[in-house]
Write a protein that binds this ligand. Structure first.
Ligand SMILES: [Zn+2]
Length: 1081
C-alpha cells in the first residue's frame, strides 16, 4: 500500500480553511509577509538615484494643459517630504528613472500610489494611461520598459488630481475641502511572472471552492488544492513555486465534461441475506437458492453485470442442498461476474465473540474460499453488524484482508460518523483501508437520488472522489432487479450526475488505493450509537456462546496434550486421535450462531430454538471430547510411568490456563470424605488443591498431605456481626459487609487497610430495575432516557449465612424483583480468594424492564477499561460531549475496570456483555425483557455470575485479565482410582510463558494442516497495552517456531531460540496477537 499514506494531520473545518486562504491571498493582513502577495513583484527600488521626483503644484485649484504644466519650474522632492492638497488641487510630477543594474534585461514597472487619480504623460505630451488609488479598485502600475538596460534613463510626467475616484467625501459622500494626499509608493519593480500566474490560478480556484455548489466534489478538490499550495509555498524556493503551479495547472486543466472531476461510483450487486432473523436457518437455505439462482439468470442476460456474495456458511449450505446451482456460481466466479467476498464464516456480530472466535470466523471462511474457489478474498464485508471491535483491523490484516466495508454507522442516532473513506486504526496500531458507503445502504436501487447522495454525503472528498454503491433487494428479495440494471446502463455517464459503472468491490477498493491521497485515520472502535440493548437481550444465547467458547478452548488444549502424549508413548493401548473433524463441525456451529441477528438477540423465537439447540449440541460434544482427552491423558500417563497398582482414591485436576493455580474446588463426594472439613448443600465437598500446573495436570491422593484441611484461623468466615446485624464475609484479603437487602455497604482490602472501597453512604451490589421502552427497535435498543427512570430493588429480602467456612464462606439472599420475578444470590469468598463472587439465579417474568447491578466506588478516574477481543479498550466515564454520552451503554467481555493511578476495581462476569461506567459508578447489565420480535425473549430462569476484584496498581499493571480468565475457566477435575492416580505432577506444563504478567497464551491446537500431529498452532496476545518481552518454554522436541498468521500460513519469520534449549524469545507489541506455528521433530 505504498503511496497511500495516512494523513497525520487533522481534517480542517471548511470555515478555517477559508480564512487561511483569505490571509494567504491578501495584501492587507497582518500576515502579509507570509502570503503570496509579497512575491508578486521583486527587485523593488525607490528613491534616488533610481527614482527622482520633482513637482509643480498648480495654484488656485486650476486644471491646466500639459504644455502649460511642463513650462513651469519643477521642484525636486523626496517621496515622503510633503503632502499634496487641498481637495481638487492638481500637482504635476516629473519622474526620472534610472534603471538599476539588477533589472537588466527584465521588464521594469513603476508603481505609483497617492490614493488619488492620476494620468501618466510622455515627455512629448502624449497621455499614456491612468492611475487610480484606493477603494479596492487600485491601478498602480505603469510599464516603464519591457527590457531594462542598466543605467538607461526614462522620464515621464504624472498629473495627480487631489480627489479619489469617488470625490473627496467622507462616509456620507459630503465633500471635505481640506483633504491632503501623500506619495505612498513610487517604486521600480520587476514582476515575478510565475508567482503572478500562480496567484491568478489560485484566484479562480478559490472561486470554485467557495462560489460554486458547496460540497461538490470539484469544490472540495479546489479547497484541497489551495490548501496544498499554501503548505508547499516557499517564496524563496523556485522549486516550491513550480510545484505549486503544477497543482493549480492540473486542477484547471480539467475541462467541462471531463471525467476526472466527476465523482466515480462503482456499483456492485448484492443481496444481504440475514442467516436467520425473522425466519429460522432452514428458511435461509431456500432464500439463498432463490436469490442466487435469480442472479445467475441476470448475469446471463446482462453480461457486464457483477454481483457479490458473502458468508461461506451460505455457500456451504447451497453446495449441499443445490449442488448444480453451486457449480454455476463457481463458473460465474471464474468468468468474473460473481465476486466472493467477506472472508468470515457468517456476517457475525463483532462486539461479543471472543478473540479466538473472530480468528476462527476468518480461518473457516478463507479456507472455504481457498478450497472451493482457489482464492481468498481481500475484502472484509460486514454491512449490517452492530458496531465494530477495535481489534478487527489487526485480525483482518492477519487473515488476508486489506479492505473493510460497512454502512451500519449511518444508523447512529446521536452523532454523524465523520468518515467515508479512511484508515481504520485498531488498538494495536494496525491500519486497514475502510469505506462506509455514503449511500448509507446495502440495498440501493440505483436511483438518481442515491447517486447524488454518494457525493453529498461523502465526508472525505478532498482525499478520495469515489464511492461504492451496493444495490439489490436483500433477505429473500432476490438481489438486483432488471429495472435496476436498466437504470444503471442509462446512468453511466449523464451530465449533472456522478459517473457510475458496474464493477466488483475489489475493483473499487483497488481504485481508491490507487487514486486516494492522504486519507484521514479513525482510531479505535467503530461504536454504533444504536442497538445497545443487544449486549444483553437473549441472555441464554450469550451464556451459550461464552460457555461454548471456553469449552472448545479446553478441548483443543487437552486434545493437543493427549495427541502429543499419545505420539510420544510407544504403546497401542494409548492411541489417541485428535478430533479434527468434530472440532471443525463445532467451530462452524458456534460461528454460525454468532450471526449478527442471533448472538445480539434480535431474531424471532423460532430462530432461537435452533440457536439454543446448537449451543446444547456444542456443550454436550465438548464435554464429551474433554472427558475423552482427559481419560486419554490419565491412561497414557499411568501406563507410561507404570506406577504401583495399590488401590487408592484421588483426583486429577486439569488446568488449561498457562499459569500455576491454587484454588478451592467443589468435589463430588465419594464413599469417604476427602478431608471432611466442609461440604456444600449439593453433596460436594470443598477441597483446596495446590499448585495445579499451568497447561498441565496434577494428582491429589485422598488422605495424604495432597489434600489437607485448612487451618480455621486463616480460613474464610461468614457471620452476622453483633451490633448492626450486618452480614460479613471475610478472609485474609477482604472483608465485605452486607445489609439486609444484600447490598454491599463496606468493602475493605486488608492489604491496603486505609482503603475503604465504598464511599460513605454509598453501596455496591445494588440491584436496579430500569423502565426500558426504546423508540422503536425493541430487542435492539435501550435508549439514553432509560437512565432517568429506575428504582432500586429493596425490601422483603431474606439473607442468611449458608457456609461459615473455612474453605469457602457463603451468604445466601433472596429478593422479590416484582410480584412476578425474583432473584437468589450466593455471595462467597474462599480462604484464598481475592475476588468476591456473586452467583445468581433469577426467575424473570417482566415486560420492558431492564435489570442491572450497580457498584459505587471510592475512586476517581476519567476513563474505565473494558475487555475486548485479545485486548482492552478505554472509554470515558463522563458525558462531556455527545460522543462521550452516546456511549452510555457499552460492550465489554469478561471485565470492566475502574482504576486510579495506583488502585482499581474490576467487575468481572461469566456471560454478560453490557456495561456502563459513569463517574465512580459501575454497572453491569443483567437482563432485559423486550417483546419483539421474540415475545418470550428472556422469560424464565437465568443463572449467571459476577465478581468484584479490587487490586493494587492501575489496570495496566494489574492481573485483572488473568483473574477474569480464572473466573471463566474453572479447573476441571476427574475422579480417579487405583493405578490412575498419583501425587504431584501428572502432566507437566505443555508451554510456559515467563513472565506471564502481560502475555497470555490463549489457544493451543493442532494446525489445520498438521503433518500427522507434528505442527501446533499457538495464539498469544499482550493483554495490557505495553510492549512485552518473555520466554516461551516447552518440554517438547521443537524443530522450529514460525511466526504465522490467523490463516496459519508459513512464513520466513522464526522465533529466536535461547541457546540450545527448547525456550524461545517472545516480544509482543501492545495488544499484539501473535500466532505461532510450532513444528515438532
Ligand atoms: Zn443483516
Amino acid at each position: 500500500m505504498a503511496g497511500l499514506a495516512v494523513n497525520n494531520t487533522p481534517l480542517v473545518p471548511s470555515n478555517i480553511t477559508e480564512s487561511r486562504i483569505a490571509n494567504f491571498m491578501s495584501s492587507k493582513t497582518i500576515f502579509y509577509r507570509m502570503g503570496i502577495h509579497r512575491g508578486l513583484w521583486t527587485l523593488r527600488h525607490s528613491g534616488s538615484p533610481h527614482v527622482e521626483i520633482s513637482v509643480y503644484s498648480v495654484p488656485d485649484l486650476k486644471r491646466i494643459t500639459f504644455q502649460e504644466a511642463v513650462s513651469q519650474t519643477f521642484q525636486k522632492v523626496t517621496q515622503d517630504e510633503r503632502k499634496y492638497g487641498p481637495s481638487w488641487a492638481t500637482h504635476w510630477f516629473k519622474i526620472d528613472i534610472t534603471i538599476p543594474d539588477a533589472m537588466f534585461g527584465k521588464p521594469v514597472v513603476f508603481q505609483w500610489n497617492m490614493n488619488n487619480e492620476g494620468m501618466v504623460w510622455s515627455t512629448d505630451g502624449v497621455p499614456l494611461q491612468g492611475l487610480t488609488g484606493g477603494d479596492g479598485q487600485e491601478r498602480h502600475e505603469y510599464i516603464v520598459t519591457n527590457t531594462g538596460i542598466s543605467g538607461n534613463r526614462h522620464s515621464f510626467y504624472i498629473e495627480a488630481a487631489c480627489n479619489g475616484m469617488f470625490g473627496v467625501g467622507d462616509g456620507a459622500f459630503v465633500p471635505d475641502p481640506n483633504r491632503y494626499f501623500s506619495i505612498e509608493k513610487a517604486d521600480l519593480v520587476v514582476p515575478d511572472k510565475e508567482v503572478q500566474d500562480l496567484y491568478f490560478d489560485l484566484d479562480i480556484i478559490r472561486g470554485i471552492a467557495y462560489n460554486t455548489q458547496d460540497e461538490s466534489p470539484r469544490a472540495r478538490e479546489a479547497v484541497w488544492v489551495i490548501n496544498e499550495v499554501i503548505n508547499e509555498f516557499i517564496l524563496e524556493d523556485r522549486k516550491s513555486i513550480t510545484k505549486c503551479k503544477k497543482l493549480t495547472e492540473d486542477f484547471l486543466s480539467v475541462n467541462n465534461g471531463q471525467a476526472k472531476g466527476q465523482h466515480q461510483i462503482t456499483a456492485v450487486g448484492n443481496c444481504h441475506i440475514d442467516t436467520a432473523w425473522l425466519w429460522p436457518y432452514d428458511e435461509t437455505k431456500r432464500k439463498i437458492a432463490r436469490s442466487w439462482s435469480t442472479q445467475i439468470d441476470l448475469m446471463d442476460r446482462y453480461p457486464n453485470y457483477i454481483f457479490t456474495g458473502s458468508q461461506t456458511q451460505q455457500y456451504e449450505w447451497l453446495s449441499e442442498l443445490y449442488p448444480a446451482l453451486f457449480e454455476k456460481i463457481k463458473r460465474k466466479e471464474m468468468m468474473g461476474q460473481w465476486e466472493i467476498i467477506g472472508g468470515s464464516w457468517v456476517e457475525h456480530d463483532t462486539n461479543m465473540p471472543s478473540g479466538e472466535s473472530l480468528c476462527r470466523q476468518m480461518l473457516l471462511g478463507q479456507r472455504y474460499y481457498q478450497k472451493h474457489f482457489n482464492k481468498r478474498t481481500k475484502i472484509f464485508w460486514l454491512p449490517d453488524s452492530f458496531g465494530y471491535s477495535s481489534q478487527l483491523p489487526q485480525i483482518l490484516k492477519q487473515s488476508g484482508c486489506d479492505y473493510f466495508f460497512t454502512q451500519k454507522l449511518s444508523w447512529n442516532n446521536i452523532n454523524k460518523f465523520p468518515r467515508s473513506t479512511f484508515w481504520w486504526t485498531g488498538i494495536d496500531g494496525t491500519n486497514i483501508l475502510a469505506h462506509l458507503t455514503p449511500a448509507e445502504t446495502y440495498g440501493a436501487s440505483v436511483t438518481v437520488a442515491e447517486l447524488t447522495k454518494c457525493t453529498k454525503n461523502h465526508h472525505d472528498l478532498e482525499y478520495s472522489n469515489e464511492s461504492l454503491l451496493c444495490y439489490g433487494h436483500g433477505d429473500g428479495g432476490g438481489g438486483p432487479t432488471p429495472a435496476m440494471l436498466e437504470r444503471l446502463n442509462r446512468l453511466k455517464d449523464v451530465d449533472g450526475l456522478p459517473m457510475v459503472k458496474p464493477g466488483s468491490a475489489l475493483d473499487f477498493f483497488e481504485g481508491i488505493e490507487k487514486n486516494s491521497r492522504n486519507l484521514q485515520a479513525y482510531n479505535g472502535e467503530l461504536y454504533l450509537e444504536f442497538h445497545r440493548g443487544t449486549y444483553t437481550t437473549q441472555a441464554l444465547v450469550k451464556y451459550g456462546n461464552r460457555k461454548s467458547e471456553f469449552l472448545i478452548r479446553d478441548v483443543e488444549i487437552l486434545s493437543t496434550m493427549a495427541t502429543l502424549l499419545s505420539r510420544s508413548t510407544q504403546s497401542d493401548v494409548g492411541t489417541y486421535i485428535y478430533p479434527s473433524n468434530t472440532l471443525e463441525w463445532i467451530w462452524k456451529l458456534l460461528c454460525l450462531n454468532q450471526f449478527h441477528d442471533c448472538l445480539p438477540g434480535s431474531a424471532i423465537g423460532l430462530a432461537y430454538k435452533d440457536v439454543h439447540k446448537h449451543h446444547r449440541e456444542i456443550i454436550s460434544a465438548t464435554l464429551s471430547l474433554r472427558h475423552q482427552a482427559q481419560s486419554a491423558i490419565i491412561r497414557l500417563r499411568s501406563l507410561s510411568e507404570n506406577t504401583d497398582t495399590k488401590s487408592q482414591q484421588g483426583l486429577v485436576v486439569f488446568n488449561t490456563l498457562p499459569w500455576n493455580r491454587t484454588e478451592v474446588i467443589a468435589v463430588p463426594r465419594q464413599e469417604t470424605d476427602w478431608t471432611g472439613q466442609q461440604h456444600n448443600s449439593d453433596k460436594h465437598e470443598y477441597v483446596l488443591v495446590k499448585n495445579v500446573p499451568g497447561l498441565g495436570a496434577a494428582g491429589y491422593v485422598a488422605h495424604t498431605a495432597d489434600i489437607a484441611a485448612v487451618d480455621e484461623e486463616i480460613g474464610a468466615k461468614a457471620y452476622q456481626d453483633d451490633d448492626g446485624g450486618y452480614f460479613i464475609l471475610e478472609n485474609q484479603n477482604l472483608k465485605a459487609t452486607f445489609n439486609h437487602d444484600g447490598q454491599l455497604i463496606n468493602l475493605l482490602d486488608k492489604k491496603t487497610p486505609d482503603r475503604q472501597l465504598i464511599p460513605n453512604g454509598a453501596k455496591g451490589n445494588v440491584l436496579q430495575l430500569y423502565e426500558d421502552v426504546p423508540v422503536y427497535w425493541d430487542a435492539w435498543d435501550v435508549e439514553i432516557y432509560h437512565l432517568q427512570k429506575w428504582k432500586p430493588i429493596e425490601g422483603e429480602a431474606s439473607i442468611k449465612v449458608v457456609s461459615e467456612g473455612p474453605l469457602k464462606a457463603e451468604l445466601h439472599f433472596r429478593q422479590n424483583i416484582s410480584d412476578k420475578s425474583s432473584i437468589e444470590q450466593t455471595i462467597s469468598l474462599t480462604c484464598l480468594s481475592e475476588r468476591l463472587e456473586f452467583d445468581n439465579v433469577v426467575d424473570w417474568h417482566e415486560a420492558h424492564q431492564f435489570l442491572k447491578v450497580e457498584f459505587v466506588w471510592d475512586l476517581v478516574s476519567d476513563h474505565a477499561t473494558y475487555e475486548i477481543q485479545y485486548g482492552a479498550l478505554r472509554r470515558p466515564t463522563h458525558y462531556n460531549s455527545t460522543i462521550d454520552s452516546a456511549k452510555f451503554e457499552v460492550c465489554g467481555h469478561k471485565f470492566a475496570d475502574l482504576s486510579e493511578a495506583n488502585y482499581g476495581v474490576a467487575l468481572i462476569n461469566n456471560c454478560k456483555y453490557g456495561y456502563a461506567t459513569h463517574g465512580n459508578t459501575q454497572r453491569l447489565s443483567l437482563l432485559r425483557s423486550p417483546k419483539g420480535p421474540d415475545e418470550n425473549a428472556d422469560m424464565g430462569q437465568h443463572k449467571f455470575k459476577y465478581a468484584i476484584y479490587p487490586h493494587q496498581g492501575h489496570f495496566n499493571s494489574s492481573d485483572v485479565a488473568q483473574q477474569a480468565l480464572e473466573f471463566n475457566v474453572p479447573l476441571s477435575l476427574r475422579y480417579a482410582e487405583d493405578h490412575e492416580v498419583r501425587s504431584g505432577m501428572v502432566l507437566e506444563p505443555l508451554f510456559q510463558v515467563e513472565p506471564s504478567t502481560q502475555i497470555i497464551l490463549d489457544t493451543i491446537k493442532l494446525a489445520e494442516d498438521n503433518d500427522n500431529g507434528k505442527i501446533l498452532i499457538l495464539r498469544l496476545y499482550e493483554a495490557y497495552g505495553a510492549q512485552a518481552h518473555a520466554i516461551l518454554k516447552s518440554h517438547l522436541n521443537i524443530k522450529q517456531i514460525l511466526i504465522s498468521n490467523i490463516l496459519e500460513d508459513d512464513t520466513n519469520d522464526k522465533l529466536q531460540r535461547v541457546d540450545n534449549t527448547s525456550s524461545f524469545k517472545l516480544t509482543l507489541k501492545p495488544f499484539q496477537i501473535l500466532t505461532l506455528k510450532v513444528k515438532l521433530n
